[in-house]
Design a protein around this ligand. Structure first.
Ligand SMILES: CC(=O)[C@@H](O)[C@H](O)COP(=O)(O)O
Ligand SMILES: NCC(=O)COP(=O)(O)O
Length: 254
């Protein structure tokens, strides 16, 4: 639990815009470099099975050309394991994937899919890749993640963010309480705690107040903002929001 909280910028949706025309512009790697220069602490990219946005060549170039730590998001499949073992990212975040989904809809079922996930955790860890499991802030899931030997859990914040966006205050408060308890439990289990999905400036500031959280991974909102003000300004604004949130937490505990 530290004073600092890192920002991982997910550049998936730069590739969404690029792929709309099938060319090479805009280049996700260029945006990762802009994010790095603006103060991002890491870059996140999700190589989906259907390659709807990030492509294999993007991952290779991110690893070769961008100095930031790469958080490679992947399904726990033999195909993606082979990619991760080839590129050896700083971290690999195992996420659930359904071809028909518009975006990630929840955390990985680390209990029901233990037989599939645990061997991938073991093999990546043996290869020196830090493994993150994208999970619900659920006690059983967090305990299973620790038992599997994951280094990190990334708490799914999508349910909370959707409740906030819908103005469902009670549901949002209930889910934030679950995230708060999950973060504390995960840290007590020796897991590094990250969070992500659906975050914007306000929700990033709010969740940065949880002292156990070491990193936020944020993409869709930031790329949307970048269309208006540029990614460098968006990164600076997001870092400032996160710092306010963390400072507020520190002030409360003084
Ligand atoms: C796991 C998660 O919440 C995101 O990092 C993921 O990348 C979302 O999928 P899309 O980027 O395809 O929306
Ligand atoms: N793991 C969450 C992530 O990388 C970005 O999610 P989003 O901000 O695009 O919803």
């Amino acid at each position: 639990m530290g004073e600092t909280i890192r920002l991982g910028v997910n550049i998936d949706h730069v590739a969404t815009v690029r792929n709309a025309r099938g060319g090479a512009h805009p280049d996700p790697v260029r945006f990762a470099k802009i994010a790095a220069e603006a103060g991002a602490d890491g870059v996140t990219a999700h190589l989906r099975e259907d390659r709807r946005h990030i492509r294999d060549a993007d991952i290779d170039r991110l690893r070769a050309e961008v100095a930031l730590p790469l958080n490679f998001e992947m399904a726990a499949t033999p195909e993606m394991l082979a990619v991760a073992l080839r590129i050896r990212p700083n971290a690999a975040c195992l996420v659930p994937e359904k071809r028909e989904e518009r975006t990630t809809e929840g955390g990985l079922d680390v209990v029901g899919q233990k037989g599939t996930v645990a061997p991938v955790v073991k093999e990546l860890t043996a290869a020196g890749v830090r493994v993150s499991l994208f999970v619900e802030p659920d006690e059983v899931a967090l305990e299973q993640a620790a038992l599997m030997g994951a280094a990190i859990v990334e708490l799914h914040t999508g349910t909370w963010c959707e409740a906030l966006a819908a103005g469902e205050r009670d549901a949002a408060e209930k889910e934030f309480a679950r995230l708060k308890a999950g973060g504390a439990l995960a840290a007590s289990l020796g897991l590094e705690v990250h969070a992500g999905h659906g975050l914007d400036y306000a929700s990033a500031e709010a969740i940065a107040a949880l002292p156990e959280i070491a990193e936020l991974n944020i993409g869709h909102f930031m790329i949307g903002e970048a269309l208006a003000v540029g990614l460098a300004e968006t990164v600076r604004a997001m870092k400032a929001a996160m710092a306010r949130g963390r400072a507020g937490a520190s002030a409360e505990t003084r």
